[in-house]
Ligand binder design. Sequence first.
Ligand code: PLP
Length: 384
Amino acid sequence: MIYLDNSATTRPAPEVVQAVTQVLTEDFGNPSALYRVGLDAEKILKAAREEVAKSLECKPAEVTFTSCGTESNNTVLKGVWKSRKRQGKRIITTSVEHPAILRVCEELERDGADVVYLPVNADGSFNMDAFDAALNSDTILVSVMYVNNESGAVMPIKELAAKVHAQGNGCLMHTDAVQAYGKLNCSVKELGVDFLSLSGHKVHGPKGVGALYIRSGIHIPAFLLGGGQEAAFRSGTENMPGIAGLGAAAKLLNANWKNNAAKMAETRAYLKERILAEIPDVKINSPENAAPSVLNVSFIGCRAEVLLHQLEGDEIYISTGSACSSKKKGSHVLTAMHLRPEEIEGAIRFSFCADNTKEQMDTVVEKLKFYTSSQRRLRKAFHK
Ligand code: PLP
């Protein structure tokens, strides 16, 4: 199998499987319990929080475990709106965010928020002029993704956080770092953000677990009320298998992320080069500054969905868009980048992890050459 859909989800690392299994079979206690099995679970919880905090260069107390990246994003947007809507109505985001931001913004708009959806440049990169024009004293939150899940565009989070805080009106800065975590530097000290969302299953951790960084001193309302877990901010008995797995993934990432990112960058560059050199009528949709994990390419005159299934026949897995939108028609990201309909129709996202190799890319290119030329030939014959 050649798995190139790592932005949709990743294969759990053996260390993650081990940590999850340990919690499911041996250390199954409730971390709130006062006896030994409970205390053991509490230790696992603490260790996992410390690993995630280390990966973000923050204090463990600033890390809240959630059920996913989606929950982390919902918590920030709804929490900031609820607690600050009397101070200002404007929320600034981009038109290329994940639906876990966009759908929430739409709900907040129905409650009176003035949401600005910034356009992006034609290559998917951040449009700073539009941002500068939108940021005003009425802005309470800026939420911009760190890496776009379809184009791989890296957004200038550090610069944005500096501008947001220079406003001096208490405006807060959130980044959805789900696609950046493990690929780029996610030190919150470095970035200067107030909130950061991440997700376990994008970094070889389990599904159904995420985390949210909230800078100490910032208070937003609790998302789930109940037994008071997660410092009463996110009640519910902790998802210990998930949290232990995320802790194990964060530990691996703390040791290896730079090497892993360099490997991904190399594989990506190799695939890009070979595609450009050997397959005609292609367009690279990812910007020059894209993350090492994503390469978006249009094979003009081909239907990406057909290519996906042809490659599937060879056990090569790619995506026609983000996992959540691939079952829907079109892509809001590629549309926002003003791609022509035929470019959108032929767009494929390759997304990498450190396990992908150049040999795998050789196979992928050979298959792509065959399937793109046969599709194009068939189409031409049909339209004669
Ligand atoms: N944000 C981005 C940028 C994503 O790519 C995803 C998932 O694809 C999410 C949020 C949602 O994360 P989760 O699947 O953990 O809810």
